[in-house]
Design a protein around this ligand. Sequence first.
Ligand code: ZN
Length: 268
Amino acid sequence: MEAKGTQGFDPKSGRMLGEVAIAAVVIVGLGVLAYIGAGWLASQATPLVSMEVDRSIGRAASAQLSLGQTACSGPEVAYVKQLAQPLLDAAGPLPFEFQFSVVDDPTVNAFALPGGYVTVNRGLLEKAESGEEIAGVLGHEIQHALLRHGTRRMLREMSGSLVLGLLVGSGDVGQAMAVGGQLTSLSYGRDEESEADLRGVELLVKAGIDPGGLVKFFERLAVDAVAVPELLSTHPDSGRRAELVASARKGAEFRPLPPPPRPACTIR
Ligand code: ZN
């Protein structure tokens, strides 16, 4: 007689193992699908969501952000606006009014919220050596807002019913704004960064501003970095950016920009 179940194949436990394996594959597969699906769904839904949502989200997130920050009000604010204006003019009719602010933060960073709320840290103005370097960053940030990258990110984080509500216009914007508040801690994906680079460089060239400043600035950050500045860690792809800028500069003519003033909010 043969001993049962000690060696050999036990059809019952074999089937169970198979079921566990299938279940594991299904669970992992669903997770991957949900992740890809959320991204796909968000990019499909973004053009259908009204620009008013971008404005509301940006206003709320910007107000939330300003609670912990001191706004600069010296010549640096007028300077940033002066550099941004030709870029906005080159962008054509705008879906919202851009608002630029400079904050008293030594971190080398700048970012754009939905609805055109762009914040520049004074650290960026101090680190930049030319107007072209700052304009390069501004062009990139303006495009993040125009391309609605923040809105897409937000839709990705939101539940399906909330997204549906925003689409049909009955959505709880307040709840969406709560998700929007987290935008300040979210960074964009690699594709969004490349798109903002590409379109930002187009904007600079169209405005007659040398896009070489963008590359120069990131290169200097990479060399100087004792601790990696915020902007560098969230804006990868230096090789691709350099190639893009080199081809955009060919045959184009540019006018020089004034250098950045020393931010008044630094002087105490
Ligand atoms: Zn970016």
